[in-house]
Design a binder for this molecule. Sequence first.
Ligand SMILES: [Zn+2]
Length: 263
Amino acid sequence: MPELPEVETLVRRLSPIVGARIADAEILDGRLEVTSNMLIGASIRDVKRRAKYIVIGLGERGDLVVHLRMSGRLRLDRTEDEIPYTRMILHLDSGDSVYFINPRRLGTAALCPDGFDRNLGIEPIHSEFTPDILDDFVTASRAPIKQLLLDQRKIAGIGNIYAAEALWRAKIDPRRPANSLHSTEIAALHDGITSVLFDAIEQLGTTIGSSVSDYRSSEGSGSFQNRLAVYGRENEPCERCGTSIERVIQAGRSTCFCPACQT
Ligand SMILES: [Zn+2]
C-alpha cells in the first residue's frame, strides 16, 4: 500500500495540472462518489497530500479526494491508448489527462463539496511534529509502539513499511509498550520517523512487487526498496549487527525487526 512518501511523490508529479480546467470527465466506476457533472468546467487550484489522501482543490466545487488503498494509481498522461483498470479520467484543457487506475477497485474517489475534513493526526514531515508531541502520544499509550505508529488519528501517513524502518533506525523493539520508552528513545524514534520518511521521499518512495497492481510513482518507480533495513528482509542479516532479521505478527500485520539491536 502506498504510504506517505509514495503519495507525496505522486502529488509532486501531479503539480503540472494546477491551473488547468477539467474539460471533460469520464467516471467509469459507479462506486466512485463523484459524477462527470460535478467535475466538468472546474479549475484545479491545487493538489495536496493529507496523510495518504490526494486532495485536488476545485475551488467552490470543493475537493476531489482520492485514496489509492492497496493498488490504486493516478497517472498523468497524454496517451490515446486504453489503460487497463482505468476507473476515472479527467481530461484537462492543457492536453493532459489524469487516469485513476484502480485494478482491485479498493481505491476511492469522492467529491467533498465543503472541502476535505477528516479526523487525521499530525503530519510527521511538518515542523509541527516535534519530539515533545511524540512524547505526548507515547507516554499516553500502553499499545505496542509499532501499533501506535500506525494509528492515523495520531500520526498520519505511516504504514507498515515505514513504521518498521523507523523502529529499526531508533533501535527499538516494535513490541515494546509505548509508555515504556524513555525520553532518549523517544527522541531517537522521532529522528527515525522523520529521517526514514525524508529519505524515502528523496528516493521517490518504495516500489514493491512487479505486477500491474503495484505502486508506481506515476511515471517511473521509486527506489527506496533498495534501502530497506528490515521490511521484507526476514532471515537476512541485519546491516548493523549481522543478526538474522525476524518476523512477528502484531495485530494481524507482519513486523520485521532485528532481535539483537532493537531492544
Ligand atoms: Zn541488528
